[in-house]
Ligand binder design. Sequence first.
Ligand SMILES: [Zn+2]
Length: 279
Amino acid sequence: MKTLEDAPFIVIDLTSGLHARNKTVHEYYNLVRNDVDWRYYGYCPPLGNIDITRLGAEPGAEFIDGVTVVYASKTRASLDREVVAFCTNARVYHKPKTDVFLRRTVWYKSEKVDCAYSLESDSLTDLSHYPYKFKIRLSHYGAALLGGQRYFKGQNPEFDAELLAYLKDCQAGQDALEAEAFQRGFNLEGSVPSGAVCEAGASHKTFLTEKGLPYLEAHKLVPGVDAPWNVVLLCPLCRRKLQYGTAQTKAQVLRALYKARKSYLEEAGISLQDLLAQY
Ligand SMILES: [Zn+2]
């Protein structure tokens, strides 16, 4: 495992941001888990193969491991790009691969075609909701910085330093968030935020503890899934409803919670029906 500092990195420009959001092109898949094996497979805009020797690979190698892959997308108001996600310790292929196992097709010129991928990794940090955005200032660096819709570490030392500092900040922030959510899930004492409310309904009544914090109970929404997003805070009544209520009562609470965690549940391939079936 390479640290962010030591790893080579590549920035991939996913300029068709709108298409990606409409789920009509490859770009959409770069940022979501594959539902077959739960890994991330990324597509690189097809302007020739990726020259992986620029990431430290031997000439003629099929792939290189341990690469940081940064995804950028066009911002609304300017030509600048914004970093939307990144993977660490990714594998990058010289030639794109297709694999029926991945079961992914897209529509291209009114035909269904298989997705090819050049990048794969076990995890991805999605920054779309991260409060601090990193702008790739093409107005400052020049449009050639992202020529061919990709950038390799080493092309511009000033940009490298700027981007690396941001990624390190994000990683530290991510670690802190996960530690906090873990705490919240297993040791609620003193760690409920002062403004917290029941996630199944903000108006639900609870009481204040001696510390002046709202009393809420942590609950794993999908049984058996250990992930920070899977921990919800509930008022005591909702928690008991999920344990002792009728199917109808449980469904009423679960529908609200599904809504609150929708993007994560969808990404994990869990429908509302799947969730209801767990209770
Ligand atoms: Zn409640």
